[in-house]
Ligand binder design. Structure first.
Ligand code: AMP
Length: 282
């Protein structure tokens, strides 16, 4: 149990607390979140604490990364429970800004990352990475951490964040952390709370189907066939629709026709009104 978790809501308070930790000799590790925390989030905090000494989390449900028809309003908001979980994971500081602190009137700057933002999630959710890149750039500049920890669960997002930090010379090391899963393979996600019991049972098939596709690709099945078969299996398992199943170059996310270079399989599929994503190394 951490001695105490401080909660701050303004950038100046955040910077003062970080400066105090530095003056006391600590490194600073940072994990941005949208709350409704689970063990996946806490694994980032534990990594930040272990590597840096002083662990900072942020909690901000970023309106700019949701399209008007998406789930911004119903996204779970559980700050008190989140704070208790963060404290138990050894987090030292929680930055939980109000919307106005992040986007004051007249806010008019956005960060656009080309190339790696374009395919997959970028095609299905055209507003998404603009919102993510803008808020993550702000958060990284606000926290001024030595290292920031992001989950491989959101693999394309991790690549986008690495790119923007490099391109904009943000002096924070971006560290990817492994995806935490339920026993049946379902990646932990705040959105899993939306699933009915039936949907939850079907959801576990997503990761299984990705495993099967990887096996098929390694056994010599053409990439496009392995992708199409996997999408077909998801529909057969009870998914309502499939946005994509794609085996791509692991760094650029460009389409590939063989497994000569490191590859990643990524998928997004719907169960009723809930959209699930998953990915794995091939
Ligand atoms: P979110 O609150 O969904 O924006 O996620 C905040 C951070 O937690 C992101 O870096 C995610 O990739 C990471 N994360 C979410 N789910 C998991 C998981 N199951 N395992 C590891 N990291 C995760």
């Amino acid at each position: 149990m951490a001695a105490s978790l401080s909660i701050v809501r303004t950038v100046s308070e955040l910077r003062e607390a970080v400066a105090r930790a530095r003056a006391a000799g600590a490194g600073v590790g940072f994990a941005p979140t949208m709350g409704a925390l689970h063990e996946g989030h806490l694994s980032l905090i534990r990594a930040a604490k272990a590597r840096c000494g002083f662990a900072v989390a942020s909690l901000f449900v970023n309106p700019r990364q949701f399209a008007p028809h998406e789930d911004f309003d119903r996204y779970p908001r559980t700050e008190a429970a989140d704070a208790a979980l963060l404290a138990s994971a050894g987090c030292d500081l929680l930055f939980a800004p109000e919307r106005e602190a992040m986007y004051p009137p007249g806010f008019s700057t956005s960060v656009h990352v080309a190339e790696v933002s374009a395919p997959l999630e970028g095609e299905m959710r055209p507003h998404f990475f603009g919102g993510v890149a803008t808020v993550v750039t702000k958060l990284l500049l606000q926290a001024q951490a030595d290292a920031a920890f992001f989950g491989e669960k959101d693999y394309q997002q991790l690549l986008v964040v690495k790119r923007l930090a490099r391109d904009l010379d943000i002096p924070t090391e971006i560290i990817g952390c492994p995806t935490l899963r339920e026993q049946d393979g379902l990646a932990l996600s705040s959105r899993n709370a939306y699933l009915s019991a039936d949907e939850r049972r079907i959801a576990g098939r997503l990761n299984l189907v990705l495993h099967e596709a990887i096996k098929a690709a390694h056994a010599g099945e053409p990439i496009a066939r392995a992708e199409a078969d996997a999408a077909h299996r998801l529909l057969g398992a009870g998914f309502s629709s499939v946005d994509y199943v794609a085996i791509r170059h692991a760094e650029t996310l460009e389409p590939i026709t063989d497994l000569a270079a490191p590859a990643r399989i990524l998928a997004a599929a719907w169960l009723g009104k809930t959209r699930l994503i998953d990915n794995m190394a091939v």
